[in-house]
Unconditional design. Sequence first.
Length: 639
Amino acid sequence: MIPELGYFSLILALLFAALQFILPFIGAFRETPRLLASAKPLALAQAWWVVVAFGCLEWAFISNDFSVAYVAANSNTHLPLFYQLTAIWSAHEGSLLLWVAILALWTALVALWSKRLPLEMQARVLAVMGGVSSGFLWFLIHLSNPFKRLLQNIPFDGNDLNPLLQDPGLVIHPPMLYMGYVGTSVAFAFAMAALWRGKLDISWVRWSLPWTIAAWCFLTWGITLGSWWSYRDLGWGGWWFWDPVENASFMPWLVVTALIHSLMVTEKRGAFKNWSVFLALFAFALSLMGTFLVRSGILISVHAFAVDAERGAFLLKFLSLVCMFSFVLYAWRAPKMTPGGVFSVISRESFLLANNVLLFVLMLTVLLGTLYPLILDGLGIAKISVGPPYFNAVFLPLTSVLFLLMGMAPAVRWQYMPAKLLLQRLQWVLPFSIICAMALPWALTGMFSFTTVIGLSGSFWIIATCAQDFLIKWPQRYHLTGRYYGMILAHLGVAITVIGITLTSNYSIEKDLAVSQNQTVPLGPYHITLVTVEDLQGPNYQGMSGEFAVTSDNYADFSLSAEKRLFNASGSVMSIPAINVGLWRDVYIALGDPLPGDRFGVRYYYKPFVRWIWLGGLLMVVGGLLALRHSVRNKKVRS
């Protein structure tokens, strides 16, 4: 009965979402206040029924209702409750319900927190979001029903959750990433509403900016958590591999980053109006494209959902429909927009514009590398793969220029700044950055490479210019805003992440060996000995556990325990690596299969500065939250 209630709740949610789209749409054309005012209660009603449906599916997992096909395929009676609660978004149908639930949440928040927004604008925004919700709810009900019953051969224990997903990362990574993905729909809705009205004044920017920053914070944290999860869960010591599904989240992040900077310029100087609207539309289009790539079955990835072509066809049609209406409306309205403020070549506006163009070009290079193999394969021309060599070769020169502009932009004044004054201010920063970039790897390893110096130079350049700008403005600190502090922290976060990427990529040590008990392996400054291997018994798995003793002449000794698990229900085998975490380095051990001669396959990794990758991501999020707080307060004051 509960699954049927959940399915009926989705039908009611679709009904309210359709009314949320249609009634305010009619009200806007007829200028009928009653129809415009209906948008808010309809949005809240839609959100309520989606929450009810989500709760029904959650109950089916907790109660081990294996008559529901989705529960039977992704749960087991021996699965710990911790993972039963989160297995709901472990595969296509449930994760799509999570997507719809988060979209309903964003819609409800816009409805509740936009009281000062003019009724006509609020109704238009909610109508656009209702249209998007209608499409996804239709897809969920007709092609991805998570409440479908098994009419026969109901399993007694269930098939179990994918072993890769039996990790704490499953609890926090997908919801955070989806909050960012789906959050781009709010910026899209505000842009569409402004185009629909034909009035692109500053007010829509002030209302759109806080939602855009919030979505960026969630997307940044989701990507950071995904990188951390890949590193600690897959047993191969990697944190990023330019996987097409990884690219699907990275591309919207690049565009939303550009959008935030563009909206800030539009708010402060009235410039970049067309650019801001275009980026808002494109960011959401990329989020929809990522959904299509992940769920269409055209990608082979550890992150992708293997689904049928019919579902992929619907998503492609929906993506095409959204893009067609939004960009046609943009092409119609954009020429009528009034130009913004005037600025010179050497000004903060120019540097931010160049920054945004570079971010967009970076996104296009990722898009090309992701779609090009799929296009060739679809046309039957060839089967090729585009991997890290392409992306690294393209990204290094472009990000070098991007970092140069990132460091200079805060130092440049709005509208105009003499070139001589800018050079005087930055004349010592570049040599300082290069010297630090050469000194750090030399102090750590006694050697350095060209790519290391380039990556570290860009990072130290950003750190030095941020520090210089902060010290210059510190005497007037009472006039500094949360947005300024947020900008400093976010830029420092980018620099710290790049330091971690650069040093980890160039100075990691990896050894893949067959070792016997009591055999010692040198790894960087450490010596690692396999002490013993013992049998392992868990709640829904069995296997073996290897105990390793790690010693060093210069550091404290410690021990690590790595596991190899065989899951009872699925028969899947998975390595659970052992990691000794440090601010300056990680020692990472993954236990492999037993080998002849009482030996075992073992992977050893020494990862310098790898934690800085995620520390930088955390700083970016904190910076975004400070900027968000300022934008919310600023919006209330100006409303």
